[in-house]
Design a binder for this molecule. Structure first.
Ligand code: SAM
Length: 330
């Protein structure tokens, strides 16, 4: 294992930084930023791009190798093209990826590719247009699908499609989502809903992976796919002969904390050791008061020290993170 200054007391090498570049989003998904109940972070409190780049450079010197740009919706932030290019110019980063809702993807595919990004995740919870409008608050399924197809035609790979499975909301459409893996080399990833921030959803709305898998296996047997080191938390499968894959991300029903290699940089400038804990280290405040790079490096190390062995979420727990997913970075 490579020696890094970001190895925690549980011997996890934290080499992956997820960056929320904005808490703003152009959709209003019922489980993430539902209409009317999510306060926006004031503009001045959002990290400027040059601040993010400074923090990333310091992280890379400590052992960060991989970043994902997320949000909120990263493609709504002005100047994202130049920012992605600057990230691509950082020596020592071996992997840069992006998570998007796909609404603005079609016209941004060339920009994303020219910034050196090869892997994207697109969130799409259903192929049913009416359900899509109900879940996201906007009748833009066609734009999202055109974006996915444009990304596919351009050779971006793998394209991972994130599906948050919600009881009574999109559970009838999960098989249709899984069927895409028979036609396209997409990775369809079913994610258990996590109760985070203000939302109209509840812990009980999470459809857990064993149940999702059971429903999908009505289509055929799922064969396990071997995982590799940089894979992330998805349990991977494919249908015999299919070009695409099926993945399950199970933060509620099977903690994958022991494999977690992530830190997060929130839109408002905190380093957060765990998505599912409100504990975080303020970087923006000290940085704007003129702190040194060494001091920022120490903030990374403090966050690493605070990373707990395991989060407290579970199908029956009442515990809930108060910060919004969009600001933390999903
Ligand atoms: N706007 C982008 C998008 O929609 O992909 C990036 C940000 S979004 C917060 C990142 C991912 O988090 C999406 O796939 C979204 O479905 C997922 N997500 C948001 N809230 C969630 C929750 N409470 N539980 C599980 N996944 C969630």
């Amino acid at each position: 294992m490579e020696n890094t200054l970001l190895t925690d007391k549980f011997n996890r090498q934290l080499e992956y930084l997820r960056i929320s570049v904005t808490d703003r989003c152009n959709l209003r998904c019922i489980y993430c930023v539902p209409k009317g109940i999510v306060p926006k972070v004031p503009h001045d409190d959002i990290l400027r791009y040059e601040e993010i780049l400074r923090i990333v450079n310091i992280g890379v010197a400590l052992g960060i190798r991989k970043v994902r740009v997320t949000g909120g919706e990263p493609l709504v932030r002005r100047g994202i093209d130049a920012f992605l290019k600057s990230l691509g110019d950082i020596d020592g980063l071996t992997d840069i990826s992006l998570t998007t809702n796909g609404y603005l993807l079609e016209k941004n595919v060339d920009m994303i590719k020219s910034a050196g990004i090869r892997r994207i995740n697109v969130s799409i919870d259903t192929l049913d247009k009416d359900k899509f409008t109900y879940i996201t608050g906007y009748d833009v399924f066609d734009s999202v699908w055109r974006g996915i197809m444009r990304a596919y035609d351009s050779g971006l790979a793998p394209i991972k499609l994130n599906v948050v499975a919600l009881k009574g909301h999109n559970d009838q459409e999960l098989v249709d989502m899984a069927r895409l893996s028979l036609t396209y080399p997409f990775h369809i990833r079913f994610i258990e809903y996590m109760p985070i921030g203000n939302s109209r959803m509840h812990t009980g709305d999470s459809l857990l992976a064993p149940e999702i898998k059971k429903r999908i296996e009505t289509m055929g047997k799922l064969v396990p796919v071997k995982k590799n080191h940089m894979d992330g938390p998805a349990e991977r499968f494919r249908f015999e002969g299919a070009p695409g894959e099926i993945g399950f991300i199970r933060p509620m029903s099977r903690h994958f904390c022991s494999e977690c290699n992530r830190l997060r940089l929130t839109a408002d400038g905190h380093i957060r050791p765990c998505l599912l804990s409100d504990r975080q280290v303020d970087v923006k405040g000290p940085m704007r008061k003129g702190c040194s790079d060494d001091q920022i490096a120490n903030m990374f190390k403090t966050a690493v020290r605070h990373k707990q062995g395991e989060h407290d979420y579970g199908p029956d727990s009442a515990f809930k993170v108060t910060d919004q997913m969009s600001g933390i970075g999903g």
